[in-house]
Design a protein around this ligand. Structure first.
Ligand code: BTN
Length: 243
C-alpha cells in the first residue's frame, strides 16, 4: 500500500493534524504545510511558522513493540537531517543532543517527537520537523534564541527537492533503526556532534554536571567524561561550558 501525503496551505500544526488522524495513518505518511497558525516547539514553546518561507512537516511512524523501541529516535532523525543537507552541499552543520540541528553555531532546525498509543504495546509517533529556509529580519526578531537559515544556499537549494530527499532518507533510517537499533547510528551522530570533545555543562533542574562530551550510547544517552569516568545522561539541557 502506498504512503500518503497531506499538503496544507494552512494548518494549526502538522503534528497536531497527524496526532488526531493517527488511527488511519501508516508509517511513512507525511503532512506538509506552508503556514502553521499554532506551530509547536518543545517545552510548550511556539514554533514561529510564517507563510511559505520555511519547511514545516510531520512524518508518521508506528513502533509495534511500544515506546521502549522508539527510545533515541530523535537522534536518528537528527542524523537523517544532517545527512541530507550535507549531501545537498550544506557545510557547518552540527547536531545538538538530543533534538536540534545547528548551522554555524546557531539553530537551523528543530525536531518535536510526539506520541500516542500505549507504552507497552504498539505506539504511534509523529515526528515534526521545522527547518529555517530564509528568514526575514522581522521574523527573526520574534525568535527567542540565536537562529540561522539556508538563505546563503537559496540559489542552489530547492525546497521540494529537499522535502523529497528528507522523506526518502528518514524512511530508510527509521527502518534501519527499527531493525537494528540506535547502535548503527552512533558513528553518524559522532561525525556531526556539535560538542564532541568539548567541555560542556549538562543542566538538569538545579543540578549541573560538567564534563567533556563523548557522544552518545546505544540507548541515546549523552556521554560525559567526568573526573569519575564516563557517564551517560538521558535528560537535561547541554551547553558549552562558560557559554
Ligand atoms: C523545537 O522546539 O526545536 C521543535 C520545533 C518543531 C517544529 C515543527 S514544524 C512542523 C511540526 N509541527 C509543529 O507544530 N511543530 C513541528
Amino acid at each position: 500500500i502506498r504512503q500518503r501525503s497531506f499538503y496544507f496551505d494552512e494548518v494549526n500544526s502538522t503534528n497536531a493534524f497527524m496526532l488526531s488522524h493517527a488511527q488511519e495513518l501508516k508509517s511513512g505518511d507525511l503532512c506538509i504545510a506552508e503556514y502553521q497558525s499554532a506551530g509547536r516547539g518543545r517545552r510548550g514553546r511556539t514554533w514561529v511558522s510564517p507563510y511559505a518561507n520555511h519547511l514545516y512537516f510531520s512524518l508518521f511512524w508506528r513502533f509495534p513493540q511500544g515506546m521502549a523501541q522508539a527510545m533515541g529516535l530523535s537522534l536518528v532523525v537528527g542524523c537523517s537531517l544532517a545527512t541530507v543537507l550535507t549531501n545537498m552541499g550544506v557545510t557547518g552543520l552540527g547536531l545538538k543532543w538530543p533534538n536540534d540541528l545547528y548551522l554555524d553555531g546557531r539553530k537551523l532546525a528543530g525536531i518535536l517527537v510526539e506520541m500516542t498509543g500505549q507504552a507497552d504495546s504498539e505506539c504511534q509517533l509523529v515526528i515534526g520537523i521545522g527547518i529555517n529556509m530564509s528568514m526575514t529580519a522581522e521574523q527573526g526578531d520574534k525568535i527567542d534564541q540565536p537562529w540561522s537559515d539556508l538563505s546563503d544556499l537559496a540559489q542552489s537549494l530547492d525546497k521540494t527537492e529537499l522535502m523529497l530527499n528528507l522523506h526518502t532518507q528518514l524512511c530508510l533510517d527509521l527502518q534501519q533503526f527499527e531493525q537494528a537499533g540506535l547502535g548503527t547510528f552512533i558513528n553518524r551522530w559522532q561525525e556531526s556532534d556539535l560538542f564532541a570533545g568539548r567541555e560542556v555543562v549538562l543542566s538538569m533542574g538545579n543540578n549541573q554536571i560538567a564534563g567533556i562530551c563523548r557522544g552518545i550510547d546505544e540507548q541515546g544517552a549523552v556521554l560525559l567524561e567526568t573526573p569519575e569516568g564516563i557517564k551517560g545522561f538521558v535528560g537535561g539541557e547541554i551547553s558549552l561550558r562558560g557559554a
